[in-house]
Design a binder for this molecule. Structure first.
Ligand code: CTP
Length: 398
C-alpha cells in the first residue's frame, strides 16, 4: 500500500533521529515517495545529506530556504501520509496546540492526510502529565500514535521511551494507508498459558511463554489486519494490536466470546488449562494445616465452543502441543473441534514449542492435507500459518 504513495517523514530533535534514517530507507524500499522534513534541532543528531541521499527528494529544514513560496502547504496538500519519527515532547506539544513554529509543525497543521506520530524521549518526560495530555489530545483528534517501547535510552538509562522499531513504524504506515494482504480482516488471537488459582498466591499453570501467539498477532497486524490479542503472557505487542489481558481459562473464554462473532479469523494459540481447582481458597493455604487435597474440574474447551458455533466465512485455527503421535492426535482434534487448520508441534523436540524463540510445526488442514514448517523463529512460523489461512480463505471463495 506504500507503493506510489507520498509520505512526508518528519524528524525532530532527539537521539532516536538516527533510527529515522532506517525508517526512510524502508519507506523508499516499499515504493513510497518520501519527502523528509527535518527540524533544526534534529540537525544536531543527523544531517540533511543523509536523508537527501536516501529519500525521493532533498530534505527540507525550514519554511524560509525553499524555492517554493509555501513549502508547508505544498507538502501538506500533496501528502498521502505524514509520519513523525521521532516525535519529541516539543513537537507533540506544538502540534497539539496548533503552534506552527517550524516547517514540520506547519506541515502537520497544513495537511488533511492521516498523521502518525512516534514519540521518543526519556521515561520521565514521556510520563509527564503534560506530555500524556498532548498525546491523548492528538489521539482524540484521530492521530495514530505508535507508542514508545521499553529498553535502553540515551545515557544508558533503561525504561519506556525508546522509539518503536523502524519495521513497526513502517508497518503502521502501511496499515494506516490500508495496505497488507490481511487488510480488511479482523483477526482474533489468543496467547500464553492460563493460570488457575488454588489460593490467593498459588496457581496451576503451564510452560507456555506466549511467544508464538504474540508473533502471530504482530505478524497479522504488520500485514494490515485489525488484530485483537487475548493474552495471559504479559508481553508487549506491536503497535496497533488491541491487547486484552486475562489470567484464567474462564476469563479467556469470556474475552473470546465477546469478540468471536466479529472475527474473520480466530487463532487459538493459547495453552488453556484443561483442568482447574474446583474451589479456590479465600485465604492462603497454610503448611501447618497439612497437605491440601486439590480437587480439579474441567475448564470449558474454548476452541471446541468456537468450532460448534463457527459462522460461514470464519476461519478457525487451533494448536496442538503433543509429545507423541503428533499428526494423528492433531488430525483427530481438527475433526472433533470443527477446525479449518491446526498447528501441531512436538513439544518434546529440541528448540520446539514452549519458551523457545523457535518452533517447528506441521500445518494440518481439515481436508487432510499437510505442510511441514521446519525449525524457524516464531515470527517465520507465524508467517507460514497466516499464509495458510489466506490460502484457505481464497480456496473457499473460488
Ligand atoms: N483449548 C481451548 N480450551 C481448552 C483447552 C484447549 O480452547 N480448555 C485449545 C487450545 O488453545 C489449542 C487446542 O485447544 O488451540 C488444543 O488444545 P489441547 O489441550 O491440546 O487439546 P485437547 O482437546 O484438550 O486434547 P488433549 O488433552 O487430548 O491433548
Amino acid at each position: 500500500m506504500l507503493r506510489g504513495r507520498r509520505v512526508v517523514l518528519g524528524v525532530s530533535g532527539g537521539i532516536a533521529a538516527y533510527k529515522a534514517i532506517e525508517v526512510c530507507r524502508r519507506l523508499v524500499d516499499a515504493g513510497a515517495f518520501v519527502s523528509p522534513v527535518l527540524t533544526p534541532d534534529s540537525l544536531h543528531f543527523v544531517t540533511t545529506q543523509t536523508f537527501s541521499a536516501l529519500a525521493s527528494e532533498p530534505a527540507r529544514t525550514s519554511l524560509w530556504d525553499s524555492p517554493e513560496p509555501s513549502p508547508h502547504t505544498a507538502l501538506g496538500q500533496r501528502a498521502d501520509l505524514v509520519v513523525v519519527a521521532p516525535a519529541t515532547a516539543r513537537v507533540l506539544a506544538a502540534y497539539a496546540m496548533g503552534m506552527s513554529d517550524d516547517l514540520l509543525v506547519a506541515t502537520l497543521l497544513a495537511t488533511r492526510a492521516p498523521v502518525i506520530v512516534c514519540p521518543a524521549m526519556h521515561t520521565e518526560m514521556w510520563e509527564q502529565p503534560a506530555v500524556q495530555a498532548n498525546v491523548a489530545l492528538l489521539r482524540e483528534r484521530g492521530v495514530t500514535v505508535v507508542d514508545p517501547v521499553a529498553g535502553m535510552l540515551a545515557g544508558g538509562d533503561v525504561g519506556v521511551g525508546r522509539l518503536a522499531e523502524p519495521a513497526d513504524i513502517v508497518a503502521a504506515c502501511d496499515r494506516v494507508l490500508g495496505g497488507g494482504d490481511l487488510a480488511g480482516l479482523r483477526v482474533l488471537v489468543t496467547a500464553g498459558g492460563t493460570r488457575e488459582p488454588i489460593d490467593p498466591v498459588r496457581y496451576i499453570g503451564n510452560r507456555s511463554s506466549g511467544k508464538q501467539g504474540h508473533a502471530l498477532a504482530d505478524e497479522a497486524a504488520a500485514r494490515g489486519a485489525e488484530v485483537t490479542l487475548v493474552t495471559s503472557a504479559g508481553r508487549p505487542a506491536a503497535p496497533g494490536v488491541e491487547v486484552v489481558s486475562v489470567e484464567t481459562a474462564a476469563q479467556m473464554e469470556a474475552a473470546v466470546a465477546a469478540r468471536s462473532d466479529d472475527a474473520d479469523v480466530i487463532v487459538m494459540a493459547a495453552a488453556v488449562a484443561d483442568f482447574r481447582p474446583k474451589a479456590v481458597a479465600d485465604d492462603k493455604l497454610k503448611k501447618g494445616d497439612g497437605v491440601p487435597e486439590v480437587v480439579l474440574e474441567p475448564t470449558p474447551d474454548i476452541l471446541a465452543g468456537l468450532g460448534a458455533r463457527k459462522r460461514p466465512g470464519q476461519t478457525l485455527v487451533g494448536f496442538a502441543a503433543e509429545t507423541s503421535d503428533v499428526v494423528a492426535n492433531a488430525a483427530e482434534k481438527v475433526r472433533r473441534k470443527n477446525l479449518d487448520l491446526i498447528v501441531a508441534n512436538d513439544v518434546s523436540a529440541p528448540g520446539v514449542g514452549f519458551e523457545h524463540d523457535t518452533n517447528a510445526v506441521v500445518l494440518l488442514r481439515e481436508d487432510g492435507s499437510r505442510e511441514d514448517v521446519p525449525l524457524a523463529d516464531k515470527r517465520a512460523v507465524a508467517r507460514a500459518v497466516l499464509d495458510a489461512v489466506l490460502d484457505l480463505r481464497s480456496q473457499a471463495t473460488r
